[in-house]
Ligand binder design. Sequence first.
Ligand code: URA
Length: 204
Amino acid sequence: VPVPALSSDPTQALAQLRLASNRCRACPIGAHATQSVFGEGPVRAALMVVGEQPGDQEDLRGRPFVGPAGQLFERGIAELGWPRAEIYVTNAVKHFKYELRGQRRIHKTPSQQEAAACLQWLEHELAQVQPRAVVALGATAARALLGRPVAVMRERGRWHTGVGGEQVLVTLHPSALLRADPADHEAAYAAWLKDLALASEFVT
Ligand code: URA
């Protein structure tokens, strides 16, 4: 996928990458999505948070984590005292993959080939933002960042070394909490916040 010659100004370079990702057809997902959803946040944020892929609302609005999973994410970081505006928030896969069920677009997990095809955008974001630490939300993000399959429940709540040498904290995706049995939800949410809190030193 052609990436333009990037500006030496990281803000400009990220804007160029955002435009280029919108045209990406390195895998079939892009042709069916409304637009790519590129990362957003301060260009030299100390912390980058990586999710899986945009959902229905993210696809329509062009912003990461604005749907139901995003609301849970926002609740969590608010409890931790993390201002969202200080974090660079992105996804491992930039286009929304879905299956039509009647009128509804149901999220489909991206395949490993699709995630691999999309990796270049995340690598560019890492190179431009140069975060001091990265949080991987769920298995797709963890695999993209660590370069190997990750058993989230076994490897959560710890720092790992990313492919590019970054410090990567692995934890659950907020959607996993939304799917949890209501009886387990509060405990699962508390454990998730405890994981995230390990990255608090990188926020403000
Ligand atoms: N889930 C994700 O992983 N990312 C989003 O942006 C929204 C939902």
